[in-house]
Design a protein around this ligand. Structure first.
Ligand SMILES: CCc1ccsc1-c1ccc(O)c(O)c1
Ligand SMILES: [Mn+2]
Ligand SMILES: [Mn+2]
Length: 262
């Protein structure tokens, strides 16, 4: 749905706060810290900023952030599990500030991460950037997934054959956590035309092995790879502008432009 100028200001503020939470938590993300501790620090910070953590009680989710480690694709639940040397961790933050959502996630490399896992994380981030670079009014929504798939296929080597998780998508975002449209991360023909004022996330999940995912039957949340190989995800909340795109959740550490005009 197309946002008004006032709503766009609120999306900017929510996106900025979500990015700030990811920057704030970074120094705490070390071997030995538990994901429950990270959850509590993020929840407290978000509350202090006068915002709400969207995941808490969303469809019954029990915590304030998602923490997905190694073979966990997404929706990992914070627990007393301590981070270990070699882990790759996704922290997914969604905040509601003044009624509007900011949704973003990144990968953290814990201690000494293998070259393979570092490459998986880097390729996943680059696939997000490749897609963001192409976002502009008049573009067909399906081009986003097509770009990501083309990029990932091009990164194949003799040892690594990356795949794209198909069971979960990016999404429109605003006063609602999930709005129209669904944003597929794989090749598709969605002819929905992007318009200025649209806000949505792109959040590709890239697997080192097969694309298939398995939902944990005990906690009904944790999604893991079917072959036990690792997965990496990055997410940004984007605004379609008159001339291109604005990355509402950009962090200062990123070597990527906030605004791209075509
Ligand atoms: C934990 C929040 C949640 C619950 C059901 S889907 C979901 C979720 C998590 C992260 C996201 O980026 C997202 O768009 C949705
Ligand atoms: Mn998210
Ligand atoms: Mn999302």
């Amino acid at each position: 749905v197309i946002k008004t100028a006032e709503e766009i200001e609120k999306m900017r503020a929510a996106g900025k706060l979500a990015a700030d939470v990811l920057e704030m938590i970074a120094p705490y993300v070390k071997v030995g810290v538990t994901t429950n501790e990270l959850n509590d620090i993020c929840a407290k910070y978000t509350e202090e900023q006068g915002a709400i953590s969207a995941p808490l009680n969303y469809h019954g989710f029990p915590k304030s952030i998602c923490t997905s480690i190694n073979e966990v694709i997404c929706h990992g639940i914070p627990s007393d599990r301590a981070l270990k040397d070699g882990d790759i961790l996704n922290i997914d933050i969604t905040v509601i500030k003044d009624g509007y959502h900011g949704d973003t996630s990144k990968m953290f490399l814990i201690g000494d991460v293998s070259a393979k896992d570092k490459r998986l994380c880097r390729v996943a981030q680059e696939s997000l950037y490749e897609a963001i670079k192409k976002v502009r009014p008049g573009m067909k929504l399906g081009e986003i997934g097509t770009i990501i798939e083309k990029y990932i296929k091009g990164k194949k080597t003799g040892l690594e054959k990356y795949s794209i998780v198909t069971d979960y998508c990016g999404h429109g975002i605003g006063a609602g956590f999930h709005e129209e449209p669904q944003v597929m991360h794989y090749k598709n023909n969605d002819k929905t035309v992007l318009r200025p004022g649209m806000c949505f996330t792109i959040e590709p999940m890239i697997n080192a092995g097969r694309h298939t995912s398995v939902l944990d039957k005990d906690d009904n949340w944790t999604v893991t790879t079917s072959d036990g190989k690792n997965s990496a995800q990055w997410e940004h909340t984007l605004l379609v502008t008159d001339k291109g795109v604005e990355v509402l959740t950009l962090r200062t550490e990123e070597d990527f432009p906030r605004i791209i005009n075509h």
